[in-house]
Design a protein around this ligand. Sequence first.
Ligand SMILES: [Fe+2]
Length: 587
Amino acid sequence: MITLGLNAAFHDSSAALVIDGELVAASEEERFTRIKHAKRPLPFTAWELPFHAIDDCLRQAGLKLTDVDHVAYSFDVQRFLRQHRVGDSITLPLQPSAHRAAALADGWDSPWDPLFASYMANVPRLLADGAPHHLRGRLAGARPDGPYRFHGVDHHLSHQASAFLAAPFERCAVMVLDGRGEHATTSYGVYRDDRFELLGEVGMPHSLGLLYERITSHLGFLHSSDEYKVMALAALGEPRWQGLLAEQIEIGEAGVYRVRPMDLTAMFGPPRERGSEMQQRDFDLAASLQAVLEASVLKLATWLREASGERHLAMAGGVALNCVMNAKLRDAGLFDQVWVQPAAGDAGTALGAALWIDAKERGSAERLAPRTWQMQHAYWGPSYDDAEIERFLQWAKLPYRKLGDVARETAALLAEGKVIGWHQGRMEFGPRALGARSILASPIEASMQARINELKDREDFRPVAPAVTEEAIGEWFTPAAANGGVSPFMLFIYDVLPEQAKKIPAACHSDLTARVQTVSARAQPRFHALLSAFAERTGVPVLINTSFNVRGEPVVCSPKDAVNAFATTPIDALVIGDCLVLKEALK
Ligand SMILES: [Fe+2]
């Protein structure tokens, strides 16, 4: 059974292809269109579909759209409409002010909700007819009614399924925290015996995710995008407004919470202008927000542990990309293990919707089909073979050299202090670069952190994260044994062991924590070999790993993207497949 999952209602548009319970390919639209997050999450952009990502998934599997049995779209327009008094038609506003009263009287949250709903209801028509000309090859021939069956899957259920149908657990509690879906902003469930039971939901307007987004905006960053910067800022501040902020969040019984309406300017002063100097006040607000988020989520998780009776927790939703919060949950002793979907943001809902429909359609009326697959790695995007890479480098007339031993020769360059663009194999699905499209550097000199931030044209306060061989995590970071001793998706922070911190100063945040990625020989043989070769030379099995992109751009995808980013930034060398391009050779 072939199921194509799609996410496009809000942002991080993506596609995923599942065949008989196993993920075959997953791609994000931004990687092809080069527009970060693919689009802004607005009603006016809700119609856009991720045609490039769909095409890439089908290409990887050697299929056409008409070969697909089910299409699973991660938003259920029927559920969204159920809350409103609508028949077969809705009134669209030209001016929101003229329509506001009528829209609110009809039960819409915003005058643009009818427009959004209309787009959502017409996704099957757009999928059948809307592909751009250059993608018609694989996408032609479909009709609004198939040949596949089209399913709208509840947005939060899609997030939930991306966790419990991908996690390495046979049974688990599930928690999803994001901005919003159809209505839900937070949801809880339990997965066991091939069944999923929803344990509770929190609905709009109460949303810890939206609160984090609002304060991200107040701090002069782009909401639904820069929340991770606020998390990094938090380490530099004092949570002096923690009490005030916590008073605005009422946590009730059964995982329910309410967020009071807040006037952020009255509480914390005027918003910071984007690009202006950071003040202590900004660090303190970030620290207060982070502390309140952590404390609130711990309370919710305590209830979930009790209500589910399960010892393992799987998480998804954009808030679950907050690796400081995740570490608090990991260390709280509530759950034996915590697993977070690497594409925890909306991109992952394409995967979750596809896994859910696949498991339901292959299962019985009472039970989902038993699981045969776990998400051990995040490398589900496109790859480019060596012949293709060489053809491109020759066509571009770039001087390159083929490496005999990629790991050893690259390790030698890194040990000399060179910064390397590293483009290898299938691209990552999800926001983190995990050694397939990464910028790599030695963590041994403290100055490397500033150099990487300068080279990526990003803020000084941003830490860079370390990758370490899976075998060596215990010698460098703690608590190394947590979560089965692995952290393949860079979604938890660790403490750097004090005696080791001075050996890898560039990989430590100011509070001596690090967002660690463990690298296994199984999932990433070449990256693992590189870390081992670097350790042989330097005694340090750790490298700085940051995404291969420049500020404001998506992570590079193709060899051409890699060369563009390499040529326009002060990266010293590019290792792409077996080929090495040196910056000095370009001069
Ligand atoms: Fe979401």
